[in-house]
Design a protein. Structure first.
Length: 406
């Protein structure tokens, strides 16, 4: 029963995280599009900045924006903040359940750095805080006077951070650490800059005072950062399920490309929402950079060649490959895992018998032969030559020369 409670806890937290993320990202994208689509109108009050007419769900909406506030503050004011807070709380809970709860499997690789589970968790938590502090410091420095210079400095910082985490954590752990770090920066922008600034503005207006314009300018800049960081964060969360993305030698460079791809895509939509001619060149740039990411993914795969003379026949290769997988993987991928902390086989994949292994040939290829994702370096090692052997074996199985199709 305890095992099932643990599994359902992870499922429910993940569900809440996705729901909160959809709400946060959806409202963020909507308000960015709304803000950029505002147009002036003679019938608007003097304090109004612009308006937008929209139709949805059978009704018409007239949205009016005030740069500071209307002459009379409304009795009720809706604050968009709980979506962001809910995303972070559920996200850090999920990180704790999955990664911190099984740090030896998902965060540590002894071939990269020999650290304990406690050390891995503490480095992760301290790293998240340091990431925010450094980023916030840049935003408050003279760099903030230029959005372009600040963006370039932030880009370099994130790439260096990704490279550094790759020297500490396992490939999977480093990739997810970057997702949590960037996500924390975005939520902290809301919690510690945008909402406090808006609160001070509202308080001043209710008191009949002139609010400090710095709060609005600072909040707008942080909101802009969140706008451009959203797509890369989503990619990291999805990419964590694709070993050829996160478990290559150039995962940090792939992340750098994704930051740029996300930025140019957002630039396209932001420009389009302004009512200007869409910059179609952004899709060409995004396509070319995606091609570069694909090449880096392949170049960063295990670099070894299988010696075909190692086995006398395809049948011998098939037998050796199956034995290798069962020997190295069945301690975790079993109906009753023997590894401490694992109640169920990861992703429900069993690798205890020949039939089990042959059913998951392609999964084994992506996790072991095309990347360094499996097996976890804290648990057991596998040589690059053995990975190359599994790549050849997978091709032979898929072509019906051995295994399930023969």
């Amino acid at each position: 029963m305890v095992d099932y409670l643990w599994m359902w806890s992870e499922l429910v937290v993940r569900w809440v995280h996705v729901i909160a993320g959809i709400a946060w990202i959806g409202s963020s994208f909507y308000f960015i599009a709304l803000d950029l689509s505002l147009r002036p109108g003679k019938e608007l009050p003097d304090e109004a900045h612009g308006q937008a007419w929209q139709v949805h769900g059978g009704g018409f909406y007239n949205m009016v924006k005030y740069l500071v506030a209307p002459a009379k503050m409304p009795d009720e004011l809706t604050w968009f903040k709980w979506e962001a807070y809910g995303t972070w709380v559920s996200g850090i809970a999920l990180m704790s359940l999955v990664y911190y709860g099984a740090a030896s499997l998902y965060m540590i690789d002894l071939e990269i750095l020999d650290i304990t589970e406690t050390q891995a968790v503490m480095i992760s938590l301290v790293g998240i805080v340091i990431g925010w502090v450094f980023y916030d410091g840049m935003c408050r420095s003279p760099l903030s006077k230029s959005d372009l210079r600040l963006a370039l400095a932030g880009f370099v910082f994130l790439v260096l951070l990704a490279y550094g985490y790759g020297l500490i954590f396992s490939a999977r752990g480093a990739f997810m650490q970057m997702g949590v770090t960037i996500g924390t920066m975005m939520v902290a922008n809301v919690l510690m800059v945008i909402i406090p600034g808006q609160t001070k503005v509202v308080t001043a207006l209710k008191a009949g005072e002139q609010p400090d314009p710095r709060y609005g300018a600072r909040g707008k800049q942080r909101s802009l950062h969140n706008n451009y960081l959203t797509l890369p964060v989503i990619f990291v969360m999805i990419g964590g399920h694709y070993p050829a993305v996160f478990a290559t030698d150039y995962a940090w460079a792939i992340l750098a490309l994704i930051l740029v791809i996300g930025a140019v895509i957002r630039h396209f939509f932001n420009t389009k929402h302004k009512g200007l001619a869409p910059p179609w060149w952004t899709w060409i740039v995004a396509g070319l950079l995606t091609g570069c990411a694909i090449m880096l993914s392949q170049l960063g795969a295990p670099n070894a060649v299988y010696d075909r003379t190692s086995h006398a026949s395809p049948e011998a290769l098939n037998s050796a490959s199956i034995e290798l997988v069962i020997e190295r993987c069945s301690s975790c991928h079993a109906r009753e895992p023997v590894w401490d902390g694992l109640a169920f086989a990861p992703k429900g994949i069993y690798l205890e018998s020949e039939g089990d292994v042959l059913r998951h040939t392609n999964d084994i290829f992506w996790q072991v032969a095309a990347s360094h994702a499996m097996p976890p370096g804290q648990v057991i090692w596998i040589e690059d030559e053995e990975r190359a052997m599994l790549a050849v074996w997978r091709d032979m199985v898929n072509h019906g020369l051995v295994g399930r199709n023969k």
